[in-house]
Ligand binder design. Structure first.
Ligand SMILES: Nc1ncnc2c1ncn2[C@@H]1O[C@H](COP(=O)(O)OP(=O)(O)OP(=O)(O)O)[C@@H](O)[C@H]1O
Ligand SMILES: [Mg+2]
Ligand SMILES: [Zn+2]
Length: 465
């Protein structure tokens, strides 16, 4: 395709703003490394910036705050209650939503299922695939039981061509799979680079706002959890959803980490099946379904993810180390938190884990980051180190402070109610927790980790397994 050099590209340092005509690994002005990003020079009319829905150019007029409509954003409700909830009640018209996740986690599957749902409701969905052929998408659709009427597939990576097709098709929903394969021809840098991703996102954003059509972008995530390449991407879009889970496990969590139209940290839970992502109706039950009974090193914690209480199983294994330095390995948990908790157990509870390797894990391949799981992690480790199982039917929650004290956490009553609904008979909470009377469950209180261990770990098994 012929280059249309309406706008010139330059290389701009993201640290100091210095411009240079050529790409370079280091800024010659401020010395920053890898900070130079290819950028399109906008003309002085600034006619590439978005000025409001339905307006493509011209300056915006200031509005008096009180004169602005208070009607809530119109939302497209999808027939997936879990997805709607994560989005804050549905897909907002004209919003740009990034669906991030590790390779192979199921992003394309989710997006195609959403396209299928839109098509089922009689509207048109437009699916741009830059990674797979139209044939591959068709085969997936067949596996997912999606007929494909009213879904248009465009195998294309060129941004201009994509936008032209979108303009012609006027769909009710546009999907770009993925933003990292989309390429603005005005830029020399390769697809997936910061400059490309930023430019493509910006123009798709303008398209979404001007047409008032929601646009979903698939984006890959790097090992450290950032959307590959550009963090800038996360700042630009309206909503960032992460699809996460262990490749080996079947559970998938859809989590909102940014939402301009709703609360964040809301999660939806799915199971990956041959027919696609299926919503899990009782996630607590599903997550606890394979829990071994009366085994040392496992414990249940009611966590709050977004607005939803969720029972998760924390597992730990403490074992004498064969290394000069004992190792701490966390999966689904914050690794630094685990190190802190191990140190606390040695210093404040006298547990001899200084010479033990400790592995801690959240069962089901999900990730839990709130401090309320501290007590669960600590007791799972202590339970494994002492080879003493936690009492049947007991759940625990609480944050640990560096003095070994237990600190209260948010929404204790909702956590307890979730435990009651799953048949738990007792719950150990921080002594300072304020809890209105609860029926059907015994509430135990502890003020320190030492006390919590004394209450929960009474009967060590005789032999080591
Ligand atoms: N026949 C099948 N039966 C069950 N599950 C399948 C089948 N084929 C694929 N899957 C699941 O779908 C996942 C791949 O989904 P998908 O292609 O949507 O992921 P993605 O996030 O788009 O990956 P990529 O990063 O490669 O684009 C696989 O990891 C697997 O879990
Ligand atoms: Mg994909
Ligand atoms: Zn610089």
């Amino acid at each position: 395709m012929q280059k249309r050099n309406r706008s010139k590209s330059t290389y701009v340092c993201q640290q100091c703003g210095a411009k240079s005509p050529k790409p370079s690994g280091r800024c010659s002005y401020c010395g920053a490394w890898e900070s130079i990003v290819e950028t399109l020079e906008r003309d002085d009319k600034g006619n590439r910036s978005w000025t409001g829905p339905g307006k493509n150019s011209g300056p915006s007029a200031a509005l008096e705050l009180s004169s602005i409509s208070t009607e809530s954003h119109p939302r497209v409700k999808l027939p997936f209650p879990e997805v709607n909830r994560v989005l804050g009640g549905g897909l907002v018209s004209g919003s740009l939503v990034l669906v991030g996740g590790d390779p192979g986690i199921g992003k394309s599957t989710l997006l195609l299922q959403i396209a299928g749902a839109i098509a089922d409701s009689g509207k048109t969905a437009f699916y741009v695939t830059g990674e797979e052929s139209a044939h591959q998408v068709r085969l997936r659709a067949q596996r997912l039981g999606i007929g494909g009427d009213k879904i248009f597939i465009l195998p294309e990576t060129n941004l201009t061509a994509i936008l032209e097709s979108l303009d012609k098709a006027k769909p009710a929903l546009a999907i770009i799979d993925s933003i990292q394969t989309t390429q603005a021809e005005e830029l020399e840098s390769t697809p997936g680079s910061v400059g490309q991703v930023r430019e493509c996102t910006l123009r798709l954003m303008q398209w979404a706002k001007s047409q008032n059509v929601p646009v979903l972008l698939a984006g890959h995530v790097t090992k450290d959890g950032a959307i590959a390449g550009p963090r800038v991407l996360e700042h630009m879009v309206d909503v960032v959803l992460y699809l996460e889970g262990e490749q080996s496990g079947n559970f998938r969590l859809l989590r909102s980490v940014k939402n301009r139209f709703g609360s964040t940290n809301e999660i939806g839970i799915f199971e990956m099946q041959g027919s696609g992502l299926v919503e899990v109706e009782n996630p607590s039950a599903a997550l606890l379904s394979e829990r071994p009974a009366s085994t040392p090193g496992t414990i249940v914690v009611p966590t709050i993810e977004g607005t939803r209480p969720l029972l998760v199983e924390i597992q730990a294994l403490a074992n004498p180390t064969t290394y000069s330095m004992p190792r701490r390995t966390a999966s689904g948990l914050d690794a630094n938190r685990l190190i802190m908790i191990c140190a606390l157990l040695s210093r404040r509870a006298g547990l001899p884990i200084g010479g033990m390797d400790v592995i801690a894990n959240v069962a089901g391949g999900i990730r839990v980051d709130e401090p309320a799981v501290d007590l669960g992690i600590a007791l799972a480790i202590a339970s494994s180190a002492r080879n003493a199982p936690i009492a049947e039917g007991m759940a625990v929650f609480g944050e640990l402070g560096l003095a070994g004290e237990l600190r209260s956490v948010s929404s204790p009553e909702r956590r307890i109610d979730e435990a009651v609904s799953m048949g738990f008979r007792s719950v150990l909470v921080p002594a300072t927790s304020k809890i209105a009377k609860r029926n059907g469950i015994e509430i135990l209180r502890a003020s320190s980790i030492r006390e919590a261990i004394a209450i929960t770990l009474k009967h060590p098994l005789n032999e080591r397994e």
